[in-house]
Design a protein around this ligand. Sequence first.
Ligand code: SDX
Length: 428
Amino acid sequence: MSRIATIEIDGKKYELPIIEGSENELAIDIKKLRGLTGGITTIDPGYKNTGSCESAITFLDGEKGILRYRGYSIEDLAEKANFLEVAFLLIFGELPSVDELEKFHEDIKAQAHVDEDVKKIIDGFPKAAHPMGVLSSLTSALVAFNPASVNVDSEEEMYNAIVRILGKFPVLTAWAYRKQAGFPLEYGDNSLGYVDNFLKMMFKKPAAEYESNQIVVDALNKLLILHADHEQNCSTSTVRIVGSSNAGLFVSLSAGINALWGPLHGGANQAVIEMLEAIKEDGGDTKKYMAKAKDKSDPFRLMGFGHRVYKNFDPRAKIIKVAADEVLEALGVEDPILEIAKGLEKEALEDSYFVDRKLYPNVDFYSGIIYRALGIPTEMFTPMFALGRLPGWIAQWREMRLRKEPIGRPRQVYIGETYRKFISANKR
Ligand code: SDX
């Protein structure tokens, strides 16, 4: 039975279809609204009530704290899958067979290098350059070295672009770190797994042997899976809208990296650690910072708390919180800011300001504590988020193009000056 929404404007009624998703989500389809009503549109700053697309990739239930990639629960995937399996699942829709995964990895390894001239671009950055700015620039620059456009109508071309960026992005991410650390821009070892190879590219010191640490590999594998996709968040919507102009995959991803950088989005993982460090320096006075977070005259927000969709625990935060204890213990790392974070969480969950607004810890609240224990510097936290989110961005971009979505171009309500005649300068 198809549902209808009826709206009445100035005594005239208009009927709009209601669509229902596979998880029984309902949405009023306003595609024909402007034509039906002779020009009336809707407005929804931040798109808090507006869907941009129908998608089959990721399902979130913010009230119940549910997250699934192509129907598989985030809990199952974080516990049982490896990151490349999840990347394949998100992009192509099914978990790969052993042979499919092996071929996928081989095809990615074949692309796990960049043109030596990319090093000249990296040389041009000051050491102090934030790695997110370096990474978005290098991702755009990849087009110059891989000019073949991404024609999604050709599955082969699309596949080649996907394995190309999945091969090269870890190199660019590791080299953005090595540039800042003053290390030579070296490759890892393609005989290692995807995550292990990335860690070697990050941390192998010149003239020294590199030893993999399975605890670190497993922890990063889990973190990358947890960050892999999250339906139409700010950076994913950016990737989709840039790609909707027929801009290529790499430049669309570069735009997504820039959107993710913002401290209200992926940049929050760095902001959380900076906030926890400030609280530690301030004698651990969490109550002072809770008061600042609630004070409307104070721009301070409790970073890592709150979410546009989750009005319950972010399931990823729950998994990362448990993993933080396990990883720090396994590595023998003591980090006082973990206890400060737990204290803040406890206080917030007992405080009516946070409870009434359904503000819970999100994915960024505990992730930085694990990254730190893995030896990843604070400014590299958001690049790690980008490395995890890469397959999700690719999957969403590919879906948008395969569905032949129209170019994204929102309407507006004009509130500026009405018509007025031009006045020459000497008469103003
Ligand atoms: C990510 O969208 C995704 O899926 C994103 C993400 C992904 O995987 O892609 O999950 C990753 O970006 C997680 C979010 C990381 N950002 C932070 O941790 C920054 C701190 N959080 C907030 O800035 C905020 O909660 C947002 C940006 C995450 C969500 O903002 P909304 O949905 O626009 O909510 P809002 O700003 O309208 O807040 C509603 C109320 C307001 O108070 P009132 O006006 O009702 O009195 O809650 C308050 C806000 O002031 N509020 C906070 C708060 N977050 C919201 N108050 C104090 N501290 C906070 N962190």
